[in-house]
Design a protein around this ligand. Sequence first.
Ligand code: AMP
Ligand code: GLY
Length: 432
Amino acid sequence: MNVLILGNGGREHAFAHKISQSKKLENLFIAPGNAGTALCGTNVDISATDFEAIKELVWQKNIDMVVVGPEDPLVKGIYDFFKNDEVLKDIAIIGPSKAGAQLEGSKDFSKEFMIRHNIPTARYQTFTKDTLQEGLKFLETLSPPYVLKADGLAAGKGVVIPETLDEAKKELTEMLANAKFGNASAKVVIEEFLKGIELSVFVLTDGKHYKILPAAKDYKRIGEGDVGLNTGGMGAVSPVPFADAAFLKKVEERVAIPTLKGLQQENIIYKGFIFIGLMNCGGEPQVIEYNCRMGDPETEVVIPRIKTDLLELFEAVANENLHNIKLDIDERIATTVMLVSGGYPEDYEKNKIISGLDKTSDSIIFHAGTKLENDTVLTNGGRVIAITSFGNTMEEAIAKSMKNAEIISYDKKNYRKDIGQDLIALEKKINE
Ligand code: AMP
Ligand code: GLY
């Protein structure tokens, strides 16, 4: 099979790494890819949202399957673009239709969807510029902190959680009246704050059948102890010790199955990943958000734990026979630690020489923001390298990732040294 992966992050390198091991693979292309994906296949310098250029590439290279990494092309309708094209319609797309991608593309749509299908989520209301006054009044009925979400895609920055009523009112006004997030905040969802521990569960579906993939927890804040600005994710672990079998059963019965049934009832085509962002509120799952793709850096711990041939799984997604595949999961613990550029998630410099990559051992090195120039690997983004390790205990896996985090070096390297430590402490407490 000839396969094209769209995207250029750690998630796409993790997909490329796994797919390159498939016995079904002939040729692998990644657009645009990074210095890591170049080790698994051929990078092609095309943007993941340039559908016409992608069409040309698919035609030229005789591609059989397109695996869509990020949300942008999905929300822009790449699935529909292929299926409505005489030449492309038989090519397998791993990712939902444009309607399905609205689960991520519109917070308002996803909240209404959850209400329609009785899926547990925080109480909410949606406001526009014309209903700003009602929005300000609604804030007065809630207790702090306040959760304000721009309806549309805002590069992961569209959720604001002010501590005081004054700040919340100011923020709502900024978002609605002053278009703080442009068109993405033309509508704003205000919802109740949920207290609990966050985790993500991933579902792979062919539209009729599904597989629940391993759960993961990511570390979103830039600073150790979960302080400071939100990032794309500074590290991740899988499995999640506080998500036991009883909790995951609730997630499957109350969230995953109703979500899939809801999509079917609404005739929404969905052949791909559903990322369910959850809060474990005293053992009860509440949905925080859906994403229409895998998470990054969650992919870097979830995909390495899947022992089943990934192309076999994806082929079953395309052919709607996912029920015939056995999903084999590595029981060990996987952790990933993200090396980032100094200054990230605010301004940072690029083009720093990365050294030490050939001196690492006992980990899988996934590239994120890197590029290859004259045989030298340079930094090319905020998140640079994800270091994934396995262990029979969390301590063992983390120790391997941390060892290699020291070995890899570039100017202004930064990373969190406390990834997984909260869970190690929690486990100790449970075992006491
Ligand atoms: P989202 O982009 O919807 O994932 O939101 C970003 C982050 O905001 C989430 O990962 C949570 O940490 C936090 N968050 C979102 N909604 C809520 C909520 N209702 N209660 C508490 N925290 C929330
Ligand atoms: N790590 C969170 C995300 O991919 O959205």
